[in-house]
Design a protein around this ligand. Structure first.
Ligand code: ZN
Length: 232
């Protein structure tokens, strides 16, 4: 039985199979590598004050307000808690966290690691978003928005009283996994699109998201769908 708002798994799987999102050939990989590098550079137009970082891009700025985490057994020294996240241009501003209700506390560890990343974590009965990496680096800022996007999606599932948006059937888990990633990325674009006018930055964000983790997810999904077909 299809519940309201549910998505037809079979049709969604067909769409995944037809999609040209795939792990890249050498050319695409090079393009991805360049976007990854540019989005990993720390910007020189960055102002660090006590409890606040301001990053100036062409035509807009990002303000990250944070506090130091002290005496919290769940976290290492140096971990920060994000208090406020504001995108601003000459037309106005978006206070990202204020416009969302129920977003869990967000923590980040700015110490550089070889691989940055983020996750929605459960620490006992405490739910948090944790980002490994300095969120004043654009790449990590995108990861942060992606994780918030996952959280908003999970709230929506809760509200609808479903575990998945997909109708039951073969491959429904694969379809749901791809849908979740797309929703998280859609949130990144939704927040950033009104502010990003610079073409290079716009292209880099697209490339970083589409040719990076999303292509990897599609690659895995397509392989599983093909295996499933071969086994039946
Ligand atoms: Zn994700």
């Amino acid at each position: 039985m299809e519940k309201p708002n549910q998505i037809d798994t079979e049709k969604y799987i067909e769409k995944i199979e037809r999609s040209n999102l795939e792990l890249g050939d050498d050319g695409k990989e090079l393009e991805y590598g360049r976007a990854w590098f540019r989005l990993g550079k720390s910007f020189d137009r960055i102002v660090r004050e006590k409890g606040k970082i301001t990053i100036d891009f062409a035509g807009f700025s990002i303000e990250e307000w944070f506090s130091d985490v002290r005496d919290d057994p769940d976290f290492d020294a140096g971990v920060k808690k994000l208090e406020k996240l504001i995108l601003r241009d000459n037309k106005g501003k978006t206070d990202v966290l204020e416009t969302l209700s129920g977003v869990p506390d967000i923590y980040y560890d700015p110490k550089p690691l070889q691989f940055d990343g983020g996750a929605l974590l459960h620490l006992g009965d405490r739910k948090i978003i944790f980002i490994h990496g300095d969120i004043s680096v654009p790449r990590n800022f995108i990861i942060l928005l992606h994780e918030i996007g996952h959280f908003i999606d999970s709230l929506n599932l809760e509200r609808l009283g479903v575990k998945s948006m997909m109708t039951e059937g073969d491959n429904s888990e694969i379809a749901e996994m791809i849908r979740k990633e797309r929703m998280a990325d859609a949130f990144v674009f939704k927040v950033m699109r009104p502010f990003v006018k610079d073409k290079q930055l716009k292209d880099d964000i697209h490339t970083f998201i589409n040719e990076g983790s999303l292509a990897t997810y599609y690659h895995g999904a397509k392989k599983k769908i093909a295996d499933q077909k071969n086994s039946t």
